[in-house]
Write a protein that binds this ligand. Structure first.
Ligand code: NAG
Ligand code: NAG
Ligand code: NAG
Ligand code: NAG
Ligand code: NAG
Ligand code: NAG
Ligand code: NAG
Ligand code: NAG
Ligand code: NAG
Ligand code: NAG
Length: 882
C-alpha cells in the first residue's frame, strides 16, 4: 500500500517536474498565426517549420501592432517571394529565410523593408535564371549582413547563375556568397566600401574558384576576413592578396589541390596585409609523399605580423633546417596536427620561435582510413605564374645567422655541417605555455629528459594516446607546469621519482585509461609517486584496473578537489583522508564498492561545510547491497542523495539478490533501522530455535558421547604440542607408573596408605598435588598425567563423585583405556566408600559393571589382600617391562 502510494507520488512529481522543465528550459511562448510560432520577446518571432506562408505571417504581424522586427522562417517550403507577400513586414530588421525552396524573388520585392539590416537567403534554389544581369530585388542600403550562399546550382550551365545587385549596399559588412569564377570578379564589389567579411567558402555553399589572380580582390580593399576554404583553389598569384591591406584572417584550408608551392606566393602577398591568422591546413592530398616545408615557402612571412599559423593535416614530413628562424617573432600559436613529422634538425631549433605560447602537434602518423579516399587529382607542377623566389631577402645565411644570434635559445645550423644531436638539449620555445602531442604514435619508455631553458613557461602538456609503457623520467624541469595528460598511454609503470622535479606546481594530472593498477596498489611506490604533488587539484586515475589503494597514497594531496577513481576494481577506499581537506568531488563509478568508510564521509561533510560548497559522489554502477551491516552507510546515502551524481541511475541489490532502483531503495532505507533490528531479533529467535532443536535432537547424542568428544579434543591438543611415539606400545616409556586420581577429601588415604605401599614396590606415582605443573590448564594436566602414566587409579568415593575434576579424570582415563591403549587394564578403580549405584554417573556405573574394581575396606584383616589385589592390577604390564 505504502509503496505504491510513494510510487504514484514519485511518478506524479516526475511528470510535473518534467513538464515544468520543458516549459522553463525554453523561455519562448507560443505566438503567431494559429499559435504556430514561438516568440522569445514581443519583437522576435520564430516561425520555422510552421508550414505558414509569408503573406499569412506578414498579415498577422500587421494585425498585431507591427512590433515584430526579427523574423525567422526557415524550413517552411516557401517557393517564391512577391512584393505583396511582404505587406505588413515593413518593420522587419532581421529576416532569416534559410532552407526553403525558393526559386524566385520578384524584382524589387524587398523595396518596402526600409530598415532591414540582416537578410539570410542561404540554402535555397535561387539560380536567378530569369534575368541576364544582376537582378535588383530592392535591397535596402541599411543592410549590414547578406548571406546568399548555398544557391548556386552547379548542374546548370556556367554563366546562368547571376547574383542579385549589390550596387546599393554601401553599409554591407558581411557577405556570404557562392564563390563562382564569373561572379567573384563582379563589378558590384566596388560599391561595398564597408565590407569586412567575405565568405566564398564551399563550407557554406558552393565555391569553384581555381585561380586567385592579382586583380581578383582589387575592388574590396577593406576586407579583414577572407574565407576561401573548400574552393578547389589551385593557383594563387603572387599579388593575389596584395590589395587587401586590412586583411587579418585568411582561410585557405581544405583546398587539397593547392599544395605548398603557392605558399611562397601567399607569403609574398601577405607582406602587404595586416595578417594575423593564416589557415593553410589540408592543402594536401590525404595519401602520398610527405612534404618538406622549405625556407623559401615561409621566407616572406618574416615580414608579416602573423600571430597564428595552421599547417595541420598536410602530410608534412619536416621543416628545412633554419626555416624556423624565418618565422616572424609575432607568431604565437602553431598548429601542425595530423602530419607525419620525422626527425630533423628543425626540432633543435624550436627555441627560435621564441614568442610561441601554444603548440598543437597531436595526431602525428595516424593512419587515415582509405575508405574515405576521394580520388584527388594531382597538382600540375609546372606553374608559369610562380614568382621567382630566390629574391626573398631574408633567405641569405648571414641574415639568418644574425637573427639566431639575437636569441640565445635559437641555434643556426650551417648547411652541410654535422650536428651532434646527442649532446643537444631539446630546446623549447621560451614562452611556450601549451603543448599538445597526443595520439602521435610515439612508442617509447619516457627516459630522463632535461629540457632547456630550465626556467621555461610550460604550463600545459598533453601526451595522451601514445605508447609509453614505462614513465621512467624524471622529466623537466617544468617550474610552471599545471596540467599534464598522460592518459591512454598503455602505461604500466611510473617510476617513483617521475614527477621529481618541476612538477610541484602541478594542478591537474590525468593518467586515466592506463595499466597502472599494479603500481598504484603498491604500498611502497604509490605514495612516493604522488608525494610531492601538493598543489594537485584534479587527479584522474579512472580505468586503470586498480584493485586497491594503499593507505598513504594521497596523504600529501592537501589541495586535491576532484578525485576520479571510476572504472576500476576497487572494493574499499581505505586511504588516509586526514589531509584531504579540499576534496569535494569523488568519482567512483563502475567499481565494486559496497560502502564508504565513515572517515571519508565525515571528511567530505566537513570540507563541504568549511568551504561552503556542495560535495558530490558518483557511485553509479557499483550495485550496492542493502544489508544490515551497511545500514549506517545506506542511511547516510539516502540522506545525501542530492550529493550523488545521477542518483536516479543508482542500482542496488536487496537481501534476496534482487535489483532495486534508487526510488525503491529510498523506500526500503526508510525502515532499515526497524527492519534490521527485527531482522536481528529474527536471527536471534531462529538461532535459539535451531539451538533448541539441535540440543534436543543432537544433544542427546553429544551428551552420551561427551566424554569421547572431550577426550579426543584434549588428546589431540596434547599431541599437537608433544609428539609421542606410538608405533609400538611396548616400546613406550611412561614417565610414571601410576597416576592416582582422587578427591582432596581422600588425601589421607592416598598420602598415608597408597603412597608408602606402592612406592615400596618401586612404582613411580603421579599425584596432582605434587606433580601437576602449576599454571597449566588443569584439564591438560590431567590428560597429560593420564597419558604419561602406565596406569590410572581412581579412588572412588562420595567426594570423588562430587568433584568435577575427579569425574573428568575418571572419564579421560576410561577413554584412554578404550581408545589409546587398546586394553582396559590401564584404569583401575578403587572403591573407597560404599556408593549407591543411583548416585553414580551412568558411564561410571557402566564401567564398574563391566570391569573389575577393587574394594577397599577399613578392616585390617582384609587390607593386605587389598594391596595385593591392587598391586596385581597394576603389575600386569610393569612386570613385563622390568
Ligand atoms: C497562404 O496561405 C493561406 C492560408 O493557408 C492561403 O489562403 C493563401 O493563398 C496562401 N498564399 C500564398 C501566396 O500562397
Ligand atoms: C488580419 O485582420 C483582418 C481584418 O481585421 C482579418 O480579416 C485577417 O484574417 C487577419 N489576418 C490574420 C493573419 O490574423
Ligand atoms: C501596422 O502598420 C500598418 C501600416 O503602418 C497600419 O496600417 C496598421 O494599423 C498597424 N497595425 C496596428 C495593429 O497598429
Ligand atoms: C507594440 O506596438 C504597440 C502599438 O503599436 C505599442 O503600444 C507597444 O508598446 C509596442 N510594444 C513593444 C514591446 O514595443
Ligand atoms: C526606420 O528607421 C528610422 C530611423 O531609425 C525610423 O525613423 C523609421 O520609422 C524606420 N522605418 C520603419 C519602416 O520602421
Ligand atoms: C532546385 O532546382 C533544380 C533545378 O531547377 C531542381 O532540379 C531541384 O529539384 C530544385 N530543388 C528544390 C528543393 O526545389
Ligand atoms: C602579380 O603581382 C606580382 C606581385 O606584385 C607581380 O610580380 C606579377 O608580375 C603580377 N602578375 C601579373 C600577371 O600581373
Ligand atoms: C610576442 O607576443 C606578445 C603577446 O603574446 C606581443 O605583445 C609581443 O609583441 C610579441 N613579440 C614580438 C616580437 O612580436
Ligand atoms: C599531511 O600533510 C603533511 C604535509 O603537508 C604531512 O607532513 C603529514 O604527514 C600529512 N599527514 C598525514 C596524516 O598524512
Ligand atoms: C548545494 O545543494 C543544494 C541542494 O541541492 C542547493 O540548493 C545549493 O544551491 C547547492 N549549493 C551550492 C553552493 O552549489
Amino acid at each position: 500500500m505504502e509503496l505504491s502510494g510513494v510510487r504514484i507520488l514519485l511518478c506524479t512529481c516526475f511528470i510535473a517536474c518534467g513538464a515544468q522543465m520543458i516549459y522553463d528550459g525554453d523561455i519562448s511562448t507560443v505566438c503567431g498565426p494559429s499559435n504556430k510560432c514561438r516568440c522569445k520577446t514581443i519583437s522576435e518571432m520564430d516561425c520555422s517549420r510552421s508550414n505558414l506562408n509569408l503573406s499569412t505571417i506578414c498579415e498577422f504581424i500587421q494585425n498585431s501592432s507591427n512590433n515584430t522586427t526579427v523574423l525567422t522562417l526557415t524550413r517552411n517550403r516557401i517557393s517564391s517571394i512577391y512584393k505583396k507577400d511582404l505587406n505588413g513586414c515593413e518593420n522587419i530588421i532581421d529576416l532569416d529565410l534559410r532552407y526553403n525552396e525558393m526559386v524566385l524573388i520578384e524584382e524589387l520585392a524587398f523595396d518596402d523593408i526600409l530598415n532591414i539590416t540582416h537578410l539570410n537567403l542561404q540554402h535555397n534554389n535561387l539560380s536567378w535564371v530569369y534575368t541576364k544581369l544582376d537582378i535588383n530585388i530592392g535591397l535596402s542600403n541599411t543592410l549590414q549582413s547578406l548571406k546568399i550562399s548555398g544557391n548556386a546550382n552547379l548542374s546548370l550551365p556556367a554563366g546562368t547563375f547571376v547574383y542579385p545587385s549589390l550596387n546599393n549596399l554601401a553599409n554591407l559588412e558581411i557577405l556570404y556568397m557562392d564563390g563562382l569564377p564569373d561572379t567573384v570578379l563582379s563589378s558590384s564589389y566596388k560599391y561595398l566600401v564597408k565590407l569586412e567579411t567575405l565568405v566564398l567558402s564551399g563550407k557554406y555553399g558552393n565555391c569553384r574558384i581555381n585561380t586567385i589572380m592579382n586583380e581578383t580582390f582589387e575592388t574590396i580593399q577593406g576586407v579583414k576576413h577572407l574565407n576561401l576554404a573548400k574552393c578547389g583553389l589551385r593557383e594563387i598569384y603572387a599579388g593575389g592578396f596584395q590589395s587587401l591591406r586590412k586583411l587579418e584572417n585568411l582561410d585557405l584550408s581544405n583546398n587539397v589541390l593547392l599544395g605548398f608551392i603557392p605558399l611562397r606566393n601567399v607569403s609574398y602577398s601577405l607582406q602587404f596585409t595586416n595578417i594575423k591568422v593564416l589557415d593553410y591546413s589540408k592543402v594536401h592530398e590525404t595519401f602520398g609523399l610527405t612534404t618538406e616545408i622549405k625556407q623559401r615557402d615561409l621566407c616572406y612571412l618574416r615580414n608579416t605580423s602573423l600571430v597564428e599559423i595552421n599547417l595541420s593535416r598536410n602530410l608534412i614530413g619536416k621543416f628545412e633546417q633554419n626555416a624556423f628562424i624565418l618565422l616572424p617573432d609575432s607568431l604565437n600559436k602553431i598548429r601542425v596536427e595530423d602530419n607525419k613529422f620525422t626527425f630533423g634538425l628543425y626540432l633543435l631549433q624550436l627555441g627560435c620561435v621564441s614568442n610561441v605560447t601554444e603548440f598543437y602537434g597531436s595526431f602525428q602518423n595516424i593512419p587515415h582510413k582509405p575508405n574515405v579516399y576521394d580520388d584527388e587529382p594531382l597538382v600540375n607542377d609546372s606553374i608559369p605564374w610562380m614568382l621567382s623566389l630566390n629574391d626573398c631577402p631574408y633567405m641569405n645565411p648571414e641574415y639568418l645567422k644574425n637573427v639566431s644570434k639575437t636569441d640565445r635559445y635559437c641555434r643556426y645550423f650551417e648547411p652541410g655541417h654535422k650536428v651532434n644531436v646527442r649532446s643537444s638539449l631539446p630546446i623549447i620555445p621560451q614562452k611556450l605555455k601549451k603543448v599538445e602531442f597526443g595520439y602521435c604514435d610515439m612508442v617509447y619508455d619516457i627516459p630522463k629528459i632535461f629540457v632547456w631553458p630550465a626556467e621555461n613557461n610550460v604550463e600545459y602538456i598533453v601526451l595522451s594516446g601514445n605508447v609509453f609503457n614505462n614513465l621512467k623520467g624524471p622529466i623537466g624541469p617544468f617550474p610552471k607546469l599545471k596540467y599534464l595528460d598522460f592518459s591512454q598511454c598503455y602505461c604500466s609503470h611510473i617510476y617513483p621519482d617521475f614527477f621529481k622535479f618541476g612538477s610541484y606546481t602541478l594542478e591537474s594530472l590525468l593518467i586515466q585509461q592506463n595499466l597502472l593498477g599494479k603500481v598504484l596498489s603498491d604500498k611502497t611506490i604509490a605514495p612516493i609517486i604522488f608525494k610531492d604533488l601538493v598543489h594537485l587539484k584534479f587527479l584522474n586515475l579512472s580505468t586503470n584496473t586498480i584493485p586497491s589503494l594503499p593507505l598513504r597514497i594521497f596523504s600529501n594531496l592537501n589541495n586535491l578537489e576532484i578525485l576520479d577513481l571510476s572504472v576500476n576494481n576497487l572494493e574499499t577506499l581505505d586511504f588516509d583522508v586526514y589531509n584531504l581537506t579540499n576534496l569535494l568531488h569523488l568519482h567512483l563509478r563502475s567499481n565494486f564498492i559496497q560502502s564508504l568508510p565513515t572517515e571519508l564521509l565525515l571528511r567530505l561533510d566537513e570540507n563541504s561545510m568549511r568551504l561552503k560548497k556542495n560535495f558530490t559522489i558518483d557511485m553509479r554502477d557499483n550495485t550496492i547491497r542493502i544489508t544490515c551491516e551497511s545500514k549506517d552507510f545506506l542511511s547516510w546515502l539516502a540522506k545525501h542523495k542530492s550529493n550523488m551524481v545521477k542518483f536516479s541511475d543508482y542500482k542496488f541489490v536487496d537481501q534476496s539478490g534482487k535489483s532495486v532502483s534508487s526510488e525503491e531503495f529510498l523506500v526500503l532505507v526508510r525502515s532499515i533501522d526497524k527492519d534490521c533490528s527485527s531482522y536481528t531479533t529474527l536471527i536471534v529467535i531462529c538461532s535459539i530455535g535451531i539451538s533448541v532443536y539441535l540440543a534436543v535432537v543432537i544433544g542427546g547424542v553429544i551428551y552420551r558421547n561427551r566424554w569421547n568428544l572431550l577426550y579426543f579434543v584434549r588428546n589431540a591438543k596434547i599431541r599437537h604440542f608433544r609428539y609421542r611415539q606410538l608405533n609400538d606400545l611396548d616400546e613406550v616409556q611412561y614417565r610414571y607408573d601410576v597416576f592416582i586420581s582422587y578427591a582432596n577429601e581422600n588425601n589421607e588415604f592416598v598420602f598415608d596408605k597408597c603412597m608408602p605401599n606402592l612406592e615400596d614396590k618401586g612404582l613411580k606415582l603421579c599425584l596432582h598435588d605434587k606433580d601437576f605443573i602449576p599454571g597449566n590448564n588443569i584439564a591438560d594436566n590431567i590428560v597429560e598425567a593420564i597419558s604419561n602414566s602406565r596406569k590410572t587409579i581412581c579412588i572412588l568415593s562420595k567426594a570423588f563423585l562430587k568433584s568435577q575434576w575427579c569425574l573428568y579424570e575418571f572419564n579421560m582415563a576410561r577413554m584412554e583405556s578404550i581408545y589409546d591403549r587398546n586394553e582396559l587394564g590401564c584404569l583401575v578403580v578403587v572403591l573407597l566408600d560404599n556408593i549407591a549405584s543411583k548416585d553414580m554417573p551412568t558411564e561410571m556405573l557402566h564401567w564398574i559393571r563391566t570391569n573389575t574394581y577393587i574394594e577397599y575396606t577399613d578392616d585390617e584383616r582384609y587390607q593386605a589382600m587389598f594391596w595385593e589385589n591392587l598391586q596385581g592390577a597394576l603389575s600386569d604390564r610393569t612386570d613385563h617391562l622390568q
